[in-house]
Design a protein around this ligand. Structure first.
Ligand code: SF4
Length: 200
């Protein structure tokens, strides 16, 4: 009984949070420009193409599975994360997924955005780490200049350019960045640097 009450209270609290966020969020009035949507998506698409080429070096079937998984991870993200977000069904989403998600999946408010983001974000990690692990394997077992260039391009886009675009452009002015675990880490680091007197 005690557990039931606790879970009901937690569920209600998450729903209240979701409703409050919706009311307070001005996202419905904001429209992200097309160039920003493209800036968010083109590097990701290039990353997946480079990732597929790297996987292809060891297995054709592996490359096909990688492409299918990448597509699946996009759809999973639209299904399991975006429906809880303030940007769902608005043009305020920096990458445009909020509008796509609304066409395919229903809005959800039974959990907080922060919670579902943390629970489901790992679905995209293999898109980065599988090709990178294969690149390291190829560099150590059958090095060629072509593999080196592919690895450098993949790493630059995946580990430097995409995170920089998110932090400096895409997510920089987002109204919900304090709710987003990805941006919250950066905000906390910044606060800690200010308190410890470090230059930023
Ligand atoms: S901001 Fe992120 S979670 Fe929210 S709708 Fe856009 S892609 Fe989905």
């Amino acid at each position: 009984m005690i557990n039931d009450n606790n879970s009901t209270t937690k569920l209600e609290s998450d729903q209240i949070k979701g409703l409050r966020n919706d009311i307070e969020s001005p996202c419905n009035e904001k429209k992200i420009p097309l160039w920003l949507v493209l800036l968010d998506n083109i590097p990701t698409l290039i990353l997946f193409v480079l990732g597929a080429i790297l996987v292809y070096q060891v297995s054709t079937i592996g490359a096909v599975i990688f492409v299918v998984y990448s597509l699946f991870s996009f759809v999973f993200f639209w299904a399991r994360i975006c429906p809880f977000c303030h940007h769902y069904n608005t043009l305020a989403c920096p990458c445009g997924y909020g509008a796509i998600s609304a066409k395919l999946f229903k809005k959800r408010q039974d959990k907080s955005f922060k919670k579902v983001f943390k629970q489901n974000i790992e679905v995209v990690f293999p898109n980065w780490f599988v090709p990178f692990a294969i690149a390291i394997y190829l560099l150590t077992t059958r090095y060629t200049n072509q593999i080196l260039i592919l690895t450098i391009a993949f790493s630059l886009i995946g580990f430097i350019i995409i995170p920089l675009i998110s932090r400096l452009v895409g997510c920089k002015n987002c109204e919900i960045k304090e709710d987003c675990p990805w941006m919250k880490v950066n905000i906390q680091n910044k606060d800690q640097s200010i308190h410890s007197g470090e230059a930023i």
